[in-house]
Design a protein around this ligand. Structure first.
Ligand code: G3P
Ligand code: MG
Length: 251
C-alpha cells in the first residue's frame, strides 16, 4: 500500500524515533522493535555530516545520546560510524545509523517519516540528498517527509513532488505555519500536542489536511485525540497507543 494520507488506516500510529520508550532512540534496534510492535510507521530525524552523509540523530550534537561530544555537521561519517547511541558497547544495532541503512532495513515493513532536521544549517543540501536517496532506493511510496523548516520542505517537494509532506508546527514558533503554509505544498499538518483542540482538527480537516500530532505518550491524551478524530499520533510507545485505541473503539 503506498503512503497516501487520505487512505491510511486511522488512527495512524507512528513510532517516534522508533519505539524509543523501549530502545535507544533513532537506532536500528528502535526501528526494528517498532515493526515488531506493529506500528504503522516510524519517525526519524535526518541530518548531514560535514562530508555529506545523511545520518539519523535528533540533536545537533551527539552529546546527549552517545556520551561523546561534537556537532554532527562538523564531524565526518568516518568518525561517527560505530559510535554507540545508547545501547550496549559493540552492538551494531545501536550505533548511529545512516538513513540509507534504516530505509533498507525497515521500509518494506513499515512506512518511514523522515524529518528533515537541518535546523542549524537551514539552506544545506539535505532535502535534495534525501530526495535523491529515496528515489535511488525505490522507496518513494513508503515515506513522507516532515520538518519545522519550510525551506527544506519546499526544496524537497520541488525535487520529489510525489512524496507527501508534513508541516511540523512548533508551539514556540506558531507564526511559522500561517506565514509559510502556502509556500509549502503539504498534505499533513503536524502540530505539537499543546496546540490541538477538537476545533483545530476540524479546521484543518476542512482545509483538506490530515492531522498528525506529536508527541503523545499519555493514555488520556491518546483517548482525547481519538475522540476528536485525529488522523495519526507520534508516540514513543506504540503498544500503549494500540491498546488505548482497541479499548476506545469498543466503547
Ligand atoms: O515528528 C514529530 C517530532 O519528531 C518533532 O519533534 O523534536 O521530536 O523531532 P522532535
Ligand atoms: Mg523528529
Amino acid at each position: 500500500m503506498p503512503f497516501a494520507p487520505e487512505s491510511l488506516p486511522r488512527p495512524f500510529i507512528i513510532a517516534h524515533r522508533g519505539a524509543s520508550h523501549y530502545a535507544p532512540e533513532n537506532t536500528l534496534a528502535s526501528f526494528r522493535l517498532a515493526v515488531a510492535q506493529h506500528a504503522d510507521a516510524v519517525e526519524l530525524d535526518a541530518k548531514l555530516t560535514r562530508d555529506g552523509y545523511i545520518v539519523v540523530m535528533h540533536d545537533d550534537t551527539i552529546d546527549r545520546t552517545t556520551g561523546r561530544h561534537g556537532a554532527v555537521r562538523e564531524m565526518d561519517w568516518e568518525v561517527l560510524r560505530g559510535v554507540n547511541a545508547g545501547g550496549k558497547a559493540g552492538d551494531a544495532e545501536t550505533t548511529i545509523p545512516l538513513l540509507e541503512d534504516v530505509l533498507r532495513a525497515v521500509a518494506s515493513d513499515v512506512f518511514v517519516n523522515i524529518e528533515l532536521t537541518n535546523y542549524a544549517a537551514r539552506f544545506d543540501d539535505l532535502p535534495y540528498l534525501v530526495a535523491d536517496l529515496v528515489k535511488r532506493l525505490g522507496v518513494v511510496d513508503r515515506v513522507w517527509v516532515s520538518s519545522f523548516n519550510p525551506v527544506a520542505l519546499r526544496r524537497f517537494a520541488r525535487r520529489l513532488p510525489e512524496v507527501p509532506v508534513g508541516f511540523l508546527v512548533d508551539p514556540k514558533r506558531t507564526w511559522v505555519y500561517p506565514v509559510f503554509r502556502h509556500f509549502v505544498p503539504h498534505a499533513i499538518v503536524e502540530p505539537h500536542l499543546s496546540l490541538v483542540s477538537e476545533q483545530a482538527i476540524r479546521h484543518w480537516h476542512a482545509q483538506g489536511k490530515a492531522v498528525m500530532v506529536y508527541t503523545v505518550n499519555d493514555a488520556d491524551d491518546m483517548r482525547r485525540l481519538f475522540s476528536w478524530g485525529v488522523d495519526g499520533i507520534f508516540t514513543d510507545d506504540p503498544p500503549l497507543a494500540r491498546q488505548v485505541w482497541e479499548a476506545f473503539r469498543r466503547t
